[in-house]
Design a protein around this ligand. Structure first.
Ligand SMILES: N[C@@H](CCC(=O)N[C@@H](CS)C(=O)NCC(=O)O)C(=O)O
Length: 227
């Protein structure tokens, strides 16, 4: 176990991709934690919105610190407990890690969510094939950037896993598991295979999420209470 004297508390359902980023990071850093179900079918209470007024998950608590925004949580954990490993100690490499983390939520995420929401989260009668197709085209184009990068290095910043890989890696599991049109991207495919070989990625990210909104809900319930 790493050097956290007390458990880190994580609030958020296990099938939330943003929660998975935090859980995977805790796993990679070998930190002690307690995860509590929150949001989705578990609901959100006033005590939780006092911690996170956005009423979304995750939120983490580490001693006196209460923190939300999944990428900020990943950065904090990497800086506090993984300096020189998950957080590059060289400032230029740390800045490149920030770049990929921001790219996941500000750029790649929009196309991905067009697919994910319409394939998995909304009921079939409300789903839009146009949105799925648009998302497939947008993600295919953006993934060329990852392909070019991953032809040069095994991970997004150098040849070892850093915090740069966590947000994109969490999204790639869902991208590769959905029945959608994907371009042939050998370097991205090999990168994804490297991620799937990591025990903490298997445990916290490779969580089945079903093929539609009904299956999604039963998977969510099946994961209740699991750490
Ligand atoms: N920018 C926020 C987004 C958080 C977010 O949208 N979380 C989703 C789950 S992935 C959520 O809480 N949705 C409401 C719900 O599940 O009830 C972050 O990265 O933490």
């Amino acid at each position: 176990m790493n050097s956290n004297a007390h458990k880190i508390t994580v609030w958020g359902r296990r099938n939330s991709m943003n929660v998975q980023k935090v859980m995977w990071t805790l796993g990679e850093l070998d930190l002690d934690y307690q995860r509590n179900d929150m949001a989705g079918s578990f609901g959100i209470d006033d005590q939780y919105t006092a911690k996170n007024p956005n009423a979304v998950v995750p939120t983490i608590e580490d001693g006196e610190l209460t923190l939300y925004e999944s990428n900020a949580c990943v950065r904090y954990l990497a800086r506090q407990y993984g300096m020189g490993s998950l957080c590059p100690s060289n400032l230029k490499d740390a800045a490149l890690a920030d770049q990929w983390m921001d790219w996941q939520c500000s750029t790649f995420g929009s196309g991905f969510f067009m697919i994910f929401m319409n394939k998995i989260r909304v009921p079939a009668e409300k789903s839009s094939q146009d949105q799925i197709t648009k998302g497939e085209q947008q993600t295919a184009q953006l993934l060329q950037q990852l392909e070019t990068k991953l032809e040069q290095t095994d991970y997004l910043v150098g040849n070892t896993l850093t915090m740069a890989d966590v947000p994109i890696g969490a999204m790639l599991y869902r991208y590769f598991m959905m029945e959608i049109e994907r371009p042939s991207l050998p370097a991205v495919g090999a990168y994804y295979q490297r991620l799937t070989a990591r025990p903490d990625y298997q445990k916290h990210v490779m969580i089945p999420f079903g093929r539609n909104s009904d299956e999604w809900l039963s998977e969510e319930k099946r994961n209740a209470g699991l750490q």
